[in-house]
Each structure stands twice: as C-alpha cells, then as structure tokens.
Design a binder for this molecule. Structure first.
Ligand code: S3P
Length: 169
C-alpha cells in the first residue's frame, strides 16, 4: 500500500505519519526530507538559492519517483505538493490520499513559533499570519479536497487521528 498524507503546513503530517507507520507497520517517508537528502540542501536554502519554481519542479520529480517505485510506504507531502501541475491527479492514481484538515486558529498556533524555518511564511508579520493562512488555504483547499479521505485534526491527539485514518482505509 502507498498512503499519502497531505494538508497545509503545520497540520501534523509528519507526526501523524509517524504514528501511522507504527500502527500499520509501514515505512515512513517525508517528501521534504527526501528532497533535502537528494539535493544536499535544506528546503529553505533551495528556496533562497534557486527559487520556488526550481523547488516545485524538484518536488514533482521526487513525488513521481516515489509513487512509481514498487515500495510500500506512508508519504507525508509538503503543504504545496498537491497544488502544482497535475500532482493531485497522479497522487490519486497511484496512492490512497488522506487530507489532514486543520482550521486557521490551529495552524496559527502551530506555525507562529516555526515561521523562520518556513520560506513561504518567514517574512509574514505575526499579526498578519492568520489572514495570510486564510487566503492561502482558500486557494489550496480545492486541491486538498480531492483527497480520497479527509480527517479533521483540530484538538485531537495524534494517535486518535492515526486510528481514525486506519479505520477509514
Ligand atoms: C511548503 C510546505 C513545506 C515545504 C516548503 C513549501 C508549502 O512543507 O515543502 O516549505 O508550499 O506549503 P511542510 O508542509 O511539511 O511544512
């Protein structure tokens, strides 16, 4: 089985894939980590040195490589992965996709302390983060909602969310 977790930055993709990988006994891969290893640079450095378009091409190539492999895994995507080119179509053809849906207050609380590490929000003022996320999520939700399974993550412990996903499979 190939299971793909997607959703906005800060929705908990990595933590939930960790819990699921234990309960389903499946290998876990994080697309951002895979890209960083392949490129020998952090995501932030790739954005700074090569720009977002280069990053998106690399991200799509890595996604395709993983989805075309014979391996079984849980793959946590970057927040923007499903929203470029025909990535969402490919994801749905080659895996079971799960959207981790988080509301804006949840995302703001989680992302405020981590802004600096994330190139797309690093320069947004703290007071403007909620508005930025609201607009960004509005643009992206259309893609996220094409996932085969959607699970709400607000105010739920990671293991409960992982159990809900396992039940829905
Ligand atoms: C991005 C999300 C990040 C990373 C990159 C771009 C996005 O991943 O891929 O900074 O476009 O939302 P996480 O969602 O794992 O933070």
């Amino acid at each position: 089985m190939k299971l793909v977790l997607l959703g906005y930055m800060g929705c908990g993709k990595s933590a939930i894939s960790n819990a699921l990988s234990n309960s389903l006994n499946l290998k876990r891969i994080d697309l951002d980590d895979y890209i960083e290893e392949k490129e020998g640079k952090t995501i932030a450095d790739i954005f700074t040195e090569r720009g977002e378009i280069y990053f998106r091409k690399l991200e799509t190539a890595c996604l395709q490589e993983l989805l075309d492999s014979n391996e079984e895994f849980i793959l946590s995507l970057g927040g923007g992965t499903p929203c470029f080119g025909n990535n969402m179509e490919i994801i749905n053809q080659k895996s079971t996709s799960v959207y981790l849906s988080a509301n804006i207050p949840t995302l703001v609380i989680r992302l405020l302390p981590e802004k600096a590490k994330r190139p797309l929000i690093a320069r947004i003022e703290d007071e403007e983060l909620a508005e930025f996320i609201g607009k960004h999520l509005f643009e992206r939700r259309h893609y996220y909602l094409q996932a085969k399974i959607a699970v709400s993550v607000d105010n739920k412990p990671v293991q409960i969310i992982a159990d809900e996903i396992a039940m829905a499979l």
